[in-house]
Design a protein around this ligand. Structure first.
Ligand code: DAT
Ligand code: MG
Length: 153
């Protein structure tokens, strides 16, 4: 398994509902490392670029409005299998179809208010990290206790 970086952002509902701490805690507690983090209002340009793949779908306009509807917290997380690992913690795209223990199931009820985004593959992660962060906003370090998470540290 490879060490990967993934783009995660907490959507405006997560910030407005005061769920930033609990959601980031799930990702942090599993042992993933924050490489970057910032609070921002997403511009129309960033929203449209980020969701370009969904352009033309019935939910696209609502989705682009939703991510601009309040502040978001954007992060880059690093770790073994971080891309799929973070998405598994987030759970099903539609919270109703998820299961207890998943972030979206535990804290959300609707697909259009599903709290959190995570990159879905290595290529998407690279593209999204470059879209959201400048290279000098990424900070490389090793978390204390690495050897207590990884047997072969
Ligand atoms: P994910 O966020 O799990 O990667 P996705 O990339 O397929 O899911 O879609 C991006 C976002 O668009 C998703 O988080 C919520 C919204 N969305 C997707 N499918 C939808 C649908 N059928 N109806 C309403 N919103 C949808
Ligand atoms: Mg997606």
């Amino acid at each position: 398994m490879a060490v990967e970086r993934t783009l995660v952002f907490l959507k405006p509902d997560a910030v407005m509902r005061g769920l930033v701490g609990p959601i980031l805690n799930r990702l942090e507690a599993r042992g993933f490392t924050f490489v970057a983090m910032k609070l921002l209002h997403v511009s129309k340009e960033l929203a449209e670029k980020h969701y370009a793949i969904h352009k033309g779908k019935p939910f696209y306009d609502g989705l682009v409005r939703y991510v601009q509807s309040g502040p978001v917290v954007a992060c880059v997380l690093e770790g073994e299998d971080a891309i799929a690992g973070c998405r598994r913690l987030m759970g099903a795209t539609d919270p109703r179809k998820g299961a207890p223990g998943e972030i979206r199931f535990d804290y959300a009820q609707e697909i259009g208010r599903n709290l959190v985004h995570g990159s879905d593959g290595p290529q998407t992660a690279a593209t999204e990290i470059a879209l959201w962060f400048k290279p000098d906003e990424l900070v490389t370090y090793r978390r204390a206790g690495h050897e207590w998470v990884h047997e072969k540290a």
